[in-house]
Design a protein around this ligand. Structure first.
Ligand SMILES: O=P(O)(O)OC[C@H]1O[C@H](OP(=O)(O)OP(=O)(O)O)[C@H](O)[C@@H]1O
Ligand SMILES: Nc1nc2[nH]cnc2c(=O)[nH]1
Length: 196
């Protein structure tokens, strides 16, 4: 019985690995690693120029912001503090739903601070807008927003990011921290999902 279950789990994981690889094989490369690096360096320069003297508190939105944040932090050569927000409204799905608030910093760590929220992508803008609203309610002195990718949805958004790395077309994109059905956050380039 035990052997049957282990065998079954291995088959499921093998199937998932094949599907995940097929997603990348059928995807379209939008921004190469070199292009992502150039966008990141430009964005980092803008943040340094604007916020370098403000001792800001950086707040990545987990988990999508993990690559953007990890690559950006060493380029910010000024004093800063670091904490994180964890919220999700897509999960493994291609369309957003209700917010699942998993973590916000303590209000006493926000009050009076110049906060910079970092996220992988601004799509419809609901996530960033809700986070900014909460942080200002918690007493942040200011709240700047930085996203690696801004999706050109062609529709009005409740918020525009102050700092943007790349503009992406109105397609489901992944890589550079952004997931495809939960996978491929580890890619250093940005892809658009192919036909499913
Ligand atoms: O502008 P919006 O339409 O609100 O979408 C943007 C949000 O969607 C993704 O998060 P997701 O909910 O997928 O969680 P994740 O960080 O775990 O990927 C992404 O990381 C942003 O936080
Ligand atoms: N991975 C990923 N997450 C998103 N969240 C909102 N839009 C997107 C998208 O295009 N890709």
């Amino acid at each position: 019985m035990r052997f049957y279950f282990l065998h079954r789990i291995k088959m499921d994981i093998d199937t998932k690995r094949h599907h995940t690889q097929a997603m990348l094989d059928q995807a379209e490369l939008l921004f190469s690693e070199t292009e992502c690096r150039a966008a990141l360096e430009r964005l980092a320069g803008e943040i340094c120029a604007d916020l370098g003297g403000k001792y800001p508190l950086l707040l990545p939105v987990m988990g999508g912001a993990v690559v953007f944040t990890g690559q950006l932090l060493p380029l910010l050569r000024f004093p800063l503090d670091f904490d994180y927000v964890h919220v999700s409204r897509y999960g493994d799905k291609l369309e957003g739903g209700n917010f699942n608030w998993l973590r916000m910093p303590e209000p006493q760590n926000i009050a009076g601070r110049h906060v910079v929220v970092l996220d992988d992508i601004l799509d419809e803008g609901h996530t960033m807008s809700a986070i900014k609203e909460k942080l200002l309610e918690m007493g942040a002195a200011s709240c700047a927003t930085a996203v690696f990718a801004n999706k050109l949805t062609g529709k009005p958004k409740p918020i525009q990011a102050d700092y943007v790395g790349i503009d992406v077309p109105n397609r489901y994109v992944f890589g550079y921290g952004m997931d495809a059905a939960g996978a491929w956050r580890n890619l250093g380039a940005v892809y658009a999902l192919g036909p499913t």
